[in-house]
Write a protein that binds this ligand. Structure first.
Ligand code: GDP
Length: 512
């Protein structure tokens, strides 16, 4: 049943505790599968292709992964959680953005000593754009942190959200004595030398005087929890806890299961598609190559939007126009890759392919709908690609096409000349590019300064476009799809041309 799915992501600034919390959620959830596990541990996982070394050296996650676990809720119903991992580094905002298009809710992890940090804020803004509801987890209360009121007010003020505390730490740092559940009045207690939560819960606790005072203030100072306000993205329930010591983790799972929305209708060009609709449809939000060094495949990650998907089903990718049979979809469920038989809206399916499927593609039975909201963004960094060995032009083109399909880079082929230009949103993508060119395509390439500063997709009548092209050939290129792009020397250049050519649109994003 589709309403038993909870598809969510964790957003946070690096070091706030996302990885630790993810591990704890999975441990509590039972069945675990880690696809393209971030911060991988163990020899087998270390033996990945070269580009993943960058991730290990820098201690950041370049890949997105899907983790599925199940739990039986209080009514005895099974809830399936699909946790999509978002790359944590700010360089990967584009990739992260796309992943957030595939979730129905998010957990925002905040370090109690630091409050809201830049990356938290950026990711939050992306969630707000799509009205993704947020549950807040203030982490590391086993250490000395900022005052609870301070933290709550910061969330409320900086993010313009109503906050509703659902739990309260009984002391922090050296004084930490547990977490009070505001609904039940029970306190989860630390145990043993490690001061972890191992299941000890006390009722009718005499609270320290300062905590009791705080609570009184908290109860009058904040609005009550309201499901509708949370689901509309106007209110965030706030949990305090410690991922490391296992405090607040069960409560989080419970909150997602109880409050987080089941799969939502997804936007298309002709209005939203309801998950209950019979026709199977979904969209590709991520393509990842070489997840498994033994198979040189690529996996397209599809979020199922409607219908019950069955293995072997034929779906038509919008980018291709003719149906493909999906014989070996991957469900991210068991310890190893497992062939899925069915999937429901909200589930993620990995579809092995050789480059047919691309980020932003819609897959559907009738090929009539197009999901929107998965744009390409104008790159902020442009570089010319030069080959060390000029005979490798063909391999380079293949590699650039592949990697742009994956969304790792964007590629622009100038109308005049053979100086191919690649565009990225963040610096780190350049390193990933060079490293993958060598490791996977045996192409040694160098990146050089480009005369251009940014790019804009051009839209307009054929006549307007060809008139513009007559005068600006030097500044025109085609992207991977053959769409016309204006290569600009500066932001000023863009506004100047826009002013002189009002009949053309210079777009900073492109919907596929
Ligand atoms: P990420 O970068 O957000 O994935 O953060 P990690 O989960 O890797 O955590 C960063 C650091 O904070 C690690 O050293 C963790 O052990 C530590 N950490 C995470 N959660 C807690 C917590 O609840 N309490 C304390 N004291 N440390 C924590």
């Amino acid at each position: 049943m589709s309403n038993s799915r909870r598809t969510f992501a964790i957003i946070s600034h690096p070091d706030a505790g996302k990885t630790t919390l993810t591990e704890k959620l999975l441990l509590q959830g039972g069945a675990i599968h880690l696809a393209g596990q971030v911060k991988a541990r163990g020899a087998a996982r270390r033996a990945r292709s070269d580009w993943m070394k960058i991730e290990q050296q820098r201690g950041i996650s370049v890949t997105s992964s899907v983790m599925t676990f199940e739990r039986t809720d209080a009514n005895g119903d099974t809830v399936t959680f699909n946790l999509l991992d978002t790359p944590g580094h700010e360089d990967f905002s584009e990739d992260t953005y796309r992943t957030l298009t595939a979730v129905d809710s998010a957990i925002m992890v905040i370090d109690a000593a630091k409050g809201i940090e830049p990356q938290t804020r950026k990711l939050f803004e992306v969630c707000r754009l799509r009205s993704v509801p947020i549950i807040t987890f203030i982490n590391k209360v086993d250490r000395e942190g900022r005052a609870c009121f301070d933290l709550l007010d910061e969330v409320a003020d900086m993010l313009a959200l109503d906050v509703c505390p659902m739990a309260w730490p009984v002391g922090m740092g050296g004084l930490f004595q547990g977490i009070l559940d505001l609904a039940t009045g029970k306190v989860s207690r630390p145990e043993g030398g490690s001061k972890e939560f191992l299941g000890k819960v006390d009722e009718n606790v005499e609270l320290p005087a300062d905590v009791a005072d705080e609570l009184e203030l908290a109860q009058v100072g904040y609005p009550e929890f309201e499901l509708e306000a949370y689901r509309a993205g106007d209110l965030t329930p706030v949990y305090f806890g410690s991922a490391l010591k296992n405090f607040g983790v069960a409560e989080l799972i419970d909150a997602i299961s109880r409050y987080a929305p089941p799969p939502r209708p997804q936007p298309t060009e002709d209005g939203p598609v309801d998950p209950a609709e019979k026709e199977v449809s979904g969209f590709i939000f991520k393509v990842q190559a070489n997840m498994d060094p033994m198979h040189r495949d690529r996996i397209a990650f599809m979020r199922l939007a409607s219908g019950t998907f069955k293995r072997g089903m034929k779906l038509t990718p919008s980018g291709l126009g003719k149906p493909i049979a999906i014989h070996s979809p991957i469900m991210f469920f068991a310890q190893d890759r497992e062939i899925a038989d069915t999937a429901e809206p909200g589930d993620i399916i990995g579809i092995p392919n050789h480059g047919t499927l691309r980020v932003g593609d819609t897959l559907s039975e009738k090929n009539k709908i197009r999901f929107t909201g998965l744009p390409n963004f104008a790159p902020e960094i442009l570089r010319r690609v030069a080959l060390k060995d000029p005979t490798k032009t063909k391999q380079l083109r293949k590699a650039l096409d592949d990697l742009s399909e994956e969304g790792v880079i964007q590629v622009f082929y100038p109308e005049i000349g053979a100086q191919w230009i690649i565009g990225v949103v963040g610096q780190l993508q350049l390193e990933v590019l060079i490293s993958r060119l060598e490791a996977e395509y045996k192409v040694e390439a160098m990146l050089e300064a480009s005369p251009f500063d940014t790019a804009r997709w051009l839209k307009g009548s054929e006549k307007a476009l060809s008139d513009f092209a007559d005068f600006n050939k030097m500044n025109l290129a085609r992207d991977r799809d053959g769409d016309l792009v204006f290569m600009a020397r500066s932001a000023w250049d863009v506004s100047y041309q826009q002013e002189r050519n009002p009949e053309l649109a210079f777009s900073a994003t492109k919907e596929r």
